[in-house]
Design a protein around this ligand. Structure first.
Ligand SMILES: Nc1ncnc2c1ncn2[C@@H]1O[C@H](COP(=O)(O)OP(=O)(O)OP(=O)(O)O)[C@@H](O)[C@H]1O
Ligand SMILES: [Mg+2]
Length: 122
């Protein structure tokens, strides 16, 4: 079974997040710079009822598709790596994935994202 985990968080948390995921054997990831807002609509100050415009704040989005690494472990480790306890720490979205393809080999599904045990070609 393939699961995609999408972590949107503060840009300065990319390094600790990458390291934490690497430490539990997450093999592949895609990282994007994105703009977003949550329930504060991007305003860090106390909501005063006048600031109803939306302020998009730069964030990073890290996507990883896992099959062997337990999703709960990914969620636990990711939260621990990025949480400050302040608004804006981010969101994690979890998706069931219907399929994947490793283009080089034509491998499908779990096989497409599993470690094949080959030496990396350099
Ligand atoms: N409902 C949502 N849909 C899509 N993206 C979201 C959603 N909520 C938050 N995000 C993304 O996550 C980023 C961080 O959100 P944020 O941590 O501010 O969420 P929040 O729900 O406001 O929680 P908090 O109260 O801790 O701030 C946003 O900048 C946005 O990119
Ligand atoms: Mg917020």
């Amino acid at each position: 079974m393939l699961t995609k985990v999408e972590i949107i968080t503060r840009s300065n948390k990319l390094e600790p997040l990458k390291k934490a995921l690497n430490d539990i054997g997450v093999l592949g990831m895609t990282v994007s710079q994105v703009f977003g807002c949550g329930i504060q609509r991007g305003h860090t100050e106390v909501y005063r009822g006048r600031e109803y415009d939306i302020n998009l704040v730069p964030k990073i989005k890290l996507e990883t598709v896992v099959c062997e690494v337990p999703v709960e472990k990914v969620l636990e480790v990711a939260q621990k790596a990025v949480r400050t306890g302040q608004p804006g720490d981010g969101k994690i979205f979890v998706y069931q994935l219907s399929d994947a393809v490793r283009i080089r080999t034509g491998d499908r599904g779990d096989q497409a994202v599993m470690d094949t045990g080959e030496e990396p070609k350099r």
